[in-house]
Design a protein around this ligand. Structure first.
Ligand SMILES: *[C@@H]1O[C@H](CO)[C@@H](O)[C@H](O)[C@H]1NC(C)=O
Ligand SMILES: *[C@@H]1O[C@H](CO)[C@@H](O)[C@H](O)[C@H]1NC(C)=O
Length: 364
């Protein structure tokens, strides 16, 4: 476990992505040759996670995906294997639209549309439109999300009223599904689409709504109404995904239920090795160890819990490495059960690396 000091100057964006490839030079029939990921992502401790899932004594693996933003042109050659467009703080809705609603993005103005445009601009350098672009996308895994969480978190933290934020949900879902649609039109056939996490368990939001009456919290200490909000997004998203599946029967759209799995951890933390649930590891102040004016990584503050692996939450917004490991293992399971043949199609050597790619972000 890395120490707090080695972490404090970095914020890393994590996207759960599978890279089940042996290398672009030897694509395996039936196995993904590339992965493209879009979204906002989760921040982690900055360590590359290597996760093993024991399944007939094999380890499954995530592989590192190079981040698109901030990459030098020289790296673009690597991008054929896949690239991560996700950016910390990214929203589904574009920043000008959010600004019109009086919602200001705190950390970035990059939205899903911006990420998708970057991808479309990059594409001609990865393949030739007349020949193998559709082929490239057909053999790719697209990870669409997690995205949308920030569209809601920002306005909740900025004190917008819930009714108004609720009105954003169908718009957010629409941006996600139309992005999937665009990629389907370009030839993509396999999508992983994670839903939102339980927002009501986030130390930043719990702090924001601190002092709510007792009956507003569930037995886990999370805010019920905020979790219902996340579930509402997830339900709408799943409904729209189902419509997409019906329209495109040849396309595999796999919903990843981050919410349910994460709630399992909150309900039985000790079963997963956690002692602290709604308190942030890195930060200070209040019952949730979170104060927006003294947040994690803010020099010269260094307030890190002594055992981050016993905490679910890292900094008020993001999960700890330990929690991400569990969440990632679920993503693997869902992918494997959604595509039963995958394990046979991809050689063991190709599946044996499981890592979570991350993207460096120097400021927060
Ligand atoms: C921003 O989003 C709104 C609502 O989804 C859309 O009408 C508008 O065209 C978008 N603007 C840009 C620049 O993408
Ligand atoms: C985002 O902000 C940067 C710098 O502030 C600006 O150059 C860029 O055009 C903006 N992008 C969008 C999509 O608004």
């Amino acid at each position: 476990m890395a120490s707090c000091s080695s972490l404090k100057q970095h914020f890393f964006v994590i996207i759960f992505v599978f890279l089940i490839i042996t290398g672009i030079s030897s694509p395996v029939n039936g196995c993904f040759t590339s992965i493209f990921s879009f979204g906002d992502s989760l921040t982690d401790t900055g360590n590359l996670l290597e996760i093993s899932v024991s399944e007939s004594a094999e380890a499954l693996g995530f592989s590192l995906l190079p981040p698109f933003y901030g990459s030098k042109n020289g790296r673009w050659k690597e991008f054929q294997k896949g690239v991560n467009f996700a950016v910390a703080g990214a929203t589904a809705l574009n920043s000008s639209f959010l600004a019109e609603q009086g919602i200001h993005s705190v950390s970035t103005n990059i939205s899903l549309g911006v990420e998708l445009n970057s991808f479309k601009k990059l594409l001609p350098s990865l393949c030739s439109p007349s020949s193998n672009c559709r082929e490239l996308l057909r053999n790719s895994l697209i990870v669409m999300g997690e995205i949308g969480g920030n569209d809601y978190n920002h306005p909740f933290l900025q004190g917008e009223n819930t009714e108004k934020i609720l009105q954003l949900v169908p718009l957010v879902v629409d941006v996600i599904t139309s992005s999937i649609n665009e990629l389907i039109e370009l030839g993509a056939e396999t999508f992983l689409v994670p839903g939102n996490f339980p927002n009501g368990c986030s130390p930043s939001l719990l702090t924001n709504f601190q002092g709510s009456s007792k009956d507003k919290y569930d037995s886990t200490g999370c805010l019920t109404w905020l979790n219902k909000f996340s579930q509402h997004h997830n339900r709408l998203l799943q409904n729209e995904l189902e419509k997409l599946r019906n329209r495109h029967p040849n396309v595999n759209i796999i919903y990843v239920d981050y919410y349910s799995f994460t709630m399992r951890i909150y309900r039985s933390p000790e079963q997963f090795g956690f002692k602290e649930t709604v308190k942030a590891c890195c930060g200070m102040g209040g019952p949730y160890n979170y104060d927006p004016s003294k947040s994690c990584g803010y020099p010269p503050l260094e307030r890190c819990c002594s055992d981050p692996s016993s905490y679910i939450n890292w900094d008020g917004f993001h999960y700890t490495e330990a929690a991400n490991r569990w969440i990632a293992s679920v993503v693997v399971e869902e992918l494997m059960s959604a595509i039963p043949g995958l394990k046979n199609l991809c050689p063991t050597s190709a599946i044996n690396k499981l890592r979570i790619p991350y993207q460096h972000k120097s400021t927060f």
